[in-house]
Design a protein around this ligand. Sequence first.
Ligand SMILES: Nc1ncnc2c1ncn2[C@@H]1O[C@H](COP(=O)(O)OP(=O)(O)OP(=O)(O)O)[C@@H](O)[C@H]1O
Length: 118
Amino acid sequence: MKARVEAFRHAFRGARVLVTTQPHAKFHAVASLVVVLAGFWCKLTTLEWALIVCSISIVWLSEAMNTALEFLADEVSLEWRERIKHAKDVAAFSVLAAAIGAATIGVLVFTPYVFGRS
Ligand SMILES: Nc1ncnc2c1ncn2[C@@H]1O[C@H](COP(=O)(O)OP(=O)(O)OP(=O)(O)O)[C@@H](O)[C@H]1O
């Protein structure tokens, strides 16, 4: 039980490191809050909430993995290395792909509430 609690503490410490060291994560935090508040305001359906929660989770997941990889890569070498460039660029793409997917879902879910259903 103590080990479980300790694991949670490590995970929450990771969240704090992510938000305090990464400007993009601060942006994700604000965007997540705005989207959740908008969701309550629009009274989203259960399925719409599921889509929004999945989108937000995937963006946080990709940002966290990207950041973890950057920390490890910088530990390996701060000199220019082609494979580090590939690794960081691919990881950065995962954040971009998640953000594009989340934005698309956001538009699909919220458009009918903003412009009405046709
Ligand atoms: N050691 C390195 N060798 C080669 N290219 C690197 C190296 N470090 C960083 N880069 C290049 O610079 C880019 C930015 O890397 P950096 O570590 O500064 O991430 P960042 O600016 O925090 O990116 P993100 O916005 O994804 O968090 C990488 O995507 C990569 O193209």
